[in-house]
Design a protein around this ligand. Structure first.
Ligand SMILES: NC(=O)c1ccc[n+]([C@@H]2O[C@H](COP(=O)([O-])OP(=O)(O)OC[C@H]3O[C@@H](n4cnc5c(N)ncnc54)[C@H](OP(=O)(O)O)[C@@H]3O)[C@@H](O)[C@H]2O)c1
Length: 352
C-alpha cells in the first residue's frame, strides 16, 4: 500500500446541513486527493438533520466525485449555545480520533424577528447594490440570552466554538490542522462595542459576532502556528441561506434572487448566490493557501464571482485590528471560568 493510499484526512464541518456547510463537504470530496481516506464529521443539533446531510453527501460521491478510497461519515450532535453539549462534543471527538486535519467553524445563528419590509423597499429603491450587500432591514432581537446565561449569539457563534477548539487543541496539533473561521463582509468595527463583548445591547448581534471572530483570528493565529495549527479567516460573500427562507415567500425569494444577479451585473464581486461558490474561499484556505508562499494569515479571504459567473478569491485586510487582544483576554477568562464549572459537570455525568 502506498503512503498516499494509507493516508486519512478527518474533517469536522460544524452546521453541515447549511447551504455553505454541505458545499464545503462537496468541495472536499472533489479536492482532497481521491486515494486518501476521507472522514467527514457532520454536526447538527438534531439527529434527523445529521442523517439527512450524510445521505446527501454520500449521494454526491456516488453520482459525481466517485472517490477511489474510503469515504466515511461520523456525526456529532452539538448545540454551541449549550456548554454541556460543547463539552460532550470534545469528549466524543477525543474518544474517537487522535487527530483532526480540518475544522470548519461554519455553524452560526442569529436572533431574527423578521424583515422590516418598508425599510427594505426604501433601501432597494434608493441604492439596490448597497441594499443587497449590507442589508440593515433584518430585524434582530436585542438582549437574548442562552440557558447558560450568556449572550445567545455570542455563545453560539463565538465562545462555544472557541471553547471546543481550545479543548481539542491536542487533536488539532496532531493533525497539523487547518482551522477555518467563517466570517462575513458585514463585520465592520462599528458592530462591536468593547463594553458589550457578549453583544447583549447590540441590535446587529449577528454582525457583532462576525466582527468578534475577525478580532479573535487576529489575536490567535500566530500562537496557533507554533502549535502546528494553521488558522485562516474567510468569508463566503453572499449566497442564498437555507435559514432565511422562512421569512420569504415565493415573490420575495425570486425578488431577492433577481436583485442578487442585478448586483453582480452592477459589478459586485460578492454576490456568489450559490453555496458552492460561497465555499470557494473556505476550500482555498484549507487546501491551497500556503502561509510560507505569500498567502498571509493576516488577510481575510473572500469568495468572489465575476460578472460572467467565474469564481475567484479576493482577499481584503481586516479593518482596524486594535482591540483583538481585549477580545482574546475576555474569551480566555471565560474559558477558565467554564473549565472550572464543567469540571463538576464531567464528574456528575460520569457518575451515571
Ligand atoms: N448566507 C450568506 O450570505 C452568508 C454571508 C456571510 C457569512 N455567512 C456565514 O456562512 C455560514 C453558513 O451560513 P448559511 O447561511 O449556509 O447557514 P445557515 O442556514 O444560517 O445555517 C447555519 C447552521 O448552523 C447550525 N447551527 C445554528 N445554530 C447552532 C447552534 N446553536 N449550535 C450548533 N449549530 C448551530 C445549524 O445546524 P442544525 O440546525 O442542523 O443544528 C445550521 O445548519 C455561517 O457562519 C454564516 O454566518 C453566510
Amino acid at each position: 500500500m502506498s503512503s498516499a493510499s494509507s493516508a486519512r484526512k478527518v474533517a469536522v464541518i460544524t452546521g453541515t446541513n447549511s447551504n455553505l456547510g454541505i458545499n464545503i463537504a462537496y468541495r472536499l470530496l472533489e479536492e482532497v486527493p481521491s486515494d486518501e481516506r476521507l472522514t467527514i464529521v457532520v454536526t447538527s443539533r438534531s439527529l434527523p438533520r445529521a442523517n439527512e446531510v450524510i445521505a446527501k453527501i454520500a449521494e454526491y460521491n456516488a453520482n459525481v466525485t466517485k472517490r477511489e478510497s474510503i469515504l466515511d461519515f461520523d456525526y456529532l450532535l452539538i448545540d454551541f449555545s449549550n456548554m454541556v453539549s460543547v463539552l460532550n462534543a470534545y469528549y466524543e471527538l477525543t474518544k474517537r480520533y487522535t487527530e483532526i486535519n480540518y475544522f470548519y467553524v461554519n455553524a452560526a445563528q442569529g436572533v431574527y424577528a423578521g424583515i422590516n419590509w418598508l425599510q427594505a423597499t426604501k433601501d432597494v429603491l434608493i441604492n439596490p447594490l448597497e441594499a443587497v450587500t449590507n442589508p440593515t432591514y433584518k430585524i434582530q432581537r436585542v438582549g437574548v440570552k442562552s440557558k447558560d446565561g450568556m449572550g445567545l449569539v455570542f455563545q453560539a457563534n463565538v465562545f462555544g466554538p472557541y471553547y471546543l477548539l481550545h479543548k481539542i487543541k491536542p487533536l488539532l496539533s496532531n493533525g497539523k490542522a487547518r482551522v477555518i473561521w467563517i466570517s462575513s463582509i458585514m463585520s465592520d468595527p462599528k458592530y462591536l462595542s468593547f463594553n458589550d463583548l457578549q453583544f447583549l445591547k447590540s441590535d446587529s448581534v449577528y454582525e457583532s459576532s462576525k466582527r468578534s471572530i475577525d478580532l479573535l483570528h487576529v489575536a490567535t493565529y500566530e500562537n496557533l502556528r507554533n502549535q502546528n495549527i494553521t488558522q485562516y479567516l474567510v468569508h463566503p460573500g453572499i449566497f442564498t441561506s437555507f435559514s432565511f427562507f422562512e421569512y420569504l415567500n415565493v415573490f420575495s425569494y425570486y425578488g431577492m434572487l433577481f436583485l442578487f444577479y442585478f448586483a453582480r451585473l452592477l459589478g459586485s464581486p460578492w454576490h456568489n448566490i450559490a453555496g458552492y461558490k460561497g465555499a470557494n474561499s473556505v476550500i482555498f484556505a484549507s487546501l491551497k493557501a500556503n502561509p510560507e508562499e505569500g498567502d498571509t494569515q493576516k488577510l481575510k479571504y473572500g469568495s468572489a464571482t465575476r460578472m460572467n459567473g467565474d469564481e475567484y478569491i479576493k482577499a481584503t485586510s481586516i479593518s482596524d485590528p486594535s482591540g483583538a487582544a481585549d477580545v482574546l483576554k475576555y474569551l480566555n477568562e471565560l474559558t477558565a471560568e467554564w473549565d472550572e464549572k464543567l469540571k463538576d459537570q464531567i464528574l456528575e455525568t460520569r457518575k451515571f
